[in-house]
Write a protein that binds this ligand. Structure first.
Ligand code: SAH
Ligand code: SF4
Length: 391
């Protein structure tokens, strides 16, 4: 990354929705929207059609002002405005890294803030979204895990992150112009703050909206959910969302994984690997991504690489090596480049793709595991972090 490149930051002033308290149409499933419209007086016979129209305005055209929903009768638009809002999170700050990565700090109900990161690449643009404020889990190498305050995001707040990113990228189609086939936001990864499988229903509903063919229309192959290993919810993810799966694997023995990813004490490696083997969607075209953070002297030996290959034998897999991103007070160091390359080489020779993830947006603290909003400063002490890590 070019260290000289400018970092820009500007404060966007998007006015707060005045009518807080009214139900938000954003985030509702089609069925829920239908019920809500009927409850507000829409004749049952028309409800499905109205859902289709409103859905298109919100998710295809990016329109949030009822007055602009011109294929609805004027008095129906007035009825909608009296009963509902179309609200997305408020963008508080927007930073652009020297490498083009954009980080948004968005504010949600209750004054909480979460971070959303957009990563442009030559062949795609990936939006990394959050599923919780903070995280109840306490992985010892993860900045988010040191944040005390936690609440689940609603489905509206999860899909809302996609909507505000599309606003900023200027990616809503313009009526009357030819369809733009190049997608700036082509992929979603649930790799921001939080454990998505601890907020299953809201994550599922939001991703269903992202995949809906009449709106944002992202293929399930372009959505990747990353979990630390909430074993009972893994099969459900395949059945009810059908997206790609990534696992924060990070260690090859229970002893080390207990320290790095403490949920391992509840669902140890053997249970996790069983769940992955039976992940119903697994096929050659749908490999599971094993995320593996490279921590100097902790999990990065040749023996680890060989054990990793043995453990995942039989599972269609891609191994994503993540150089550890440091954060203030972190109890670990990043493995050296030579060590990471040697590790990658062993895995590659065993027949697995083993890309080393280039840290993106480090200058704006947007890289993996660095996310933590400034307003949620309450954090554990260094001593507590070290103790949790079993150091
Ligand atoms: N809670 C989910 C998703 C969010 S974390 C999960 O744990 O899978 C996204 C990825 O970044 C995870 O693989 C996580 O283990 C990794 N990560 C966390 N902190 C990191 C750090 N400091 N450096 C590099 N990767 C980190
Ligand atoms: Fe939570 Fe994932 Fe961070 Fe672990 S790595 S603390 S599960 S966000």
């Amino acid at each position: 990354m070019d260290a000289q490149a400018p970092i820009t930051q500007d404060v966007l002033t998007i006015p707060r929705k005045a009518a807080e308290g009214l139900p938000n149409l954003v985030g509702m499933t089609r069925d829920a929207m239908r019920d809500a419209l009927i409850a507000a007086g829409t004749p049952e016979k028309q409800a499905k059609m109205r859902v289709g129209q409103i859905w298109q305005w919100i998710y295809h055209w990016g329109i949030r002002d009822f007055a602009k929903m011109t294929n609805l009768a004027k008095d129906y638009r007035a009825m909608l405005a009296d009963n509902f809002v179309v609200a997305v999170p408020e963008v508080v700050t927007r930073q652009v890294s020297g490498d083009g990565t954009r980080k948004y700090l968005v504010r949600i109900a209750g004054g909480h803030e979460v971070e959303v990161v957009y990563i442009p690449e030559t062949d795609r643009g990936t939006l990394c979204i959050s599923s919780q404020v903070g995280c109840t889990l306490t992985c010892s190498f993860c900045h988010t895990g040191t944040q005390k305050l936690v609440r689940n995001l609603t489905a509206a707040e999860i899909i809302g992150q996609v909507l505000v990113a599309r606003d900023d990228l200027g990616e809503w189609p313009v009526q009357g112009t030819p369809k733009d086939e190049v997608r700036l936001l082509s992929n979603i990864v649930l790799m921001g703050m939080g454990e998505p499988l601890y907020n299953f229903e809201n994550v599922r509903d939001a991703m269903k909206i992202a995949m809906d063919p009449d709106g944002i229309q992202l293929s399930r192959r372009r959505i990747t959910l990353s979990t630390s290993g909430v074993v009972p919810e893994i099969a459900r993810t395949a059945q009810e969302i059908g997206c790609q799966l990534a696992i924060s694997f990070h260690a090859t023995t229970d002893e080390v994984r207990d320290k790095l990813v403490p949920i391992n004490k509840r669902w140890p490696l053997a249970d996790l690997l069983d769940a992955l083997r039976t992940y119903p969607k697994v096929s050659n075209s749908e490999r599971i991504t094993f995320e593996y953070v490279m921590l100097d002297g902790v999990n990065d030996s040749d023996a680890d690489a060989h054990r990793l290959i043995k453990l995942i034998d039989g599972i269609p897999a891609k191994i994503n090596l993540i150089p550890f991103n440091e954060w203030p007070g972190a109890p670990y160091k990043r493995s050296s480049n030579n060590r990471i390359r040697a590790f990658a080489d062993i895995i590659y020779k065993a027949g697995y793709a083993s890309p080393i993830r280039t840290p993106r947006g480090e200058d704006i603290m947007a890289a993996c595991g660095q996310l933590k909003s400034a307003t949620e400063r309450a954090r554990k002490s260094k001593a507590q972090i070290a103790q949790d890590a079993g150091l």
